[in-house]
Write a protein that binds this ligand. Structure first.
Ligand code: CA
Length: 229
């Protein structure tokens, strides 16, 4: 495997022997392990290195693992596996709901560590699509919210899909047939292209200050529609 293709795992553990064991297990499993012994360095490492996953010991000198996790969560959705010394402590941490993705109680064995890492990575962190932001208009595919001039606008599901599709490719012209295919998952054999016309009309009425002279959703005569950023 190419070095650049290897997923980077940050290990935060002050116990040297444990750290070495984790490094060996992860490296052998094809991951790139980046090791840290203290929490502060780990927080900046996560911000800088954008790792695929973090294995985080709770019992660290200075800043403990829970504070490290809280700080990581302020800026990152990276999956975190917490490692604790006692099962009672694990229960307490689960109760705190700090945003860890999994928990392991020491003693930790290489095979179990790698299995947990694989499972959490496969599950992935819930990635959220970025909002599409223009001056005076935002379209957020994650929350399916649209605002015009900061005010929320109510769109039906299809109206939202249509606007989000066009806004995600500003200036690109789409025919009604292309829009039927991409937004309705249909074709003009199955669905009248007037459906598109009608939905554009409705979206305009909701987002345009003058629907007859649209600012955002423009008609390209004889072709279709485009979004003007
Ligand atoms: Ca420790």
């Amino acid at each position: 495997m190419n070095e650049a293709d290897r997923q980077r795992i940050i290990v935060v553990e002050d116990d040297e022997a444990m750290r070495a064991m984790m490094e060996m297990a992860l490296t052998k499993a094809g991951y790139e392990a980046e090791l840290h012994a203290d929490g502060k360095a780990a927080v900046s490492a996560v911000a800088l290195a954008a790792p695929a996953l973090v294995v985080l010991d709770v019992g660290l000198p200075g800043m403990d693992g829970l504070d490290v996790l809280t700080e990581i969560r302020e800026t990152s959705d990276v999956p975190v596996i917490i490692v604790t010394g006692r099962s009672g402590e694990a229960d307490r941490i689960i109760g705190l709901d700090l945003g860890a993705d999994d928990y392991m109680v020491k003693p930790i064995y290489p095979r179990e560590l790698v299995a947990r890492v694989r499972t959490v990575l496969r599950r992935g962190s819930p990635s959220r699509p970025e909002p599409i932001v223009f001056e005076g208009l935002t379209v957020d595919p994650g929350s399916r919210e649209v605002t015009v001039g900061g005010e929320p606008v109510e769109l039906t599901a299809k109206e939202f899909d249509l606007l989000a599709f066009l806004a995600s490719a500003p200036r690109q012209v789409f025919t009604r047939a292309q829009l039927l295919r991409n937004v309705w998952d249909s074709s003009d054999e199955w669905q009248a292209s007037a459906t598109v016309t009608e939905h554009v009309r409705r979206v305009r009425r909701k987002i345009e200050s003058d629907p007859d002279n649209p600012r955002w959703l423009l008609t390209v005569r004889g072709v279709g529609y485009r979004f003007q950023p």
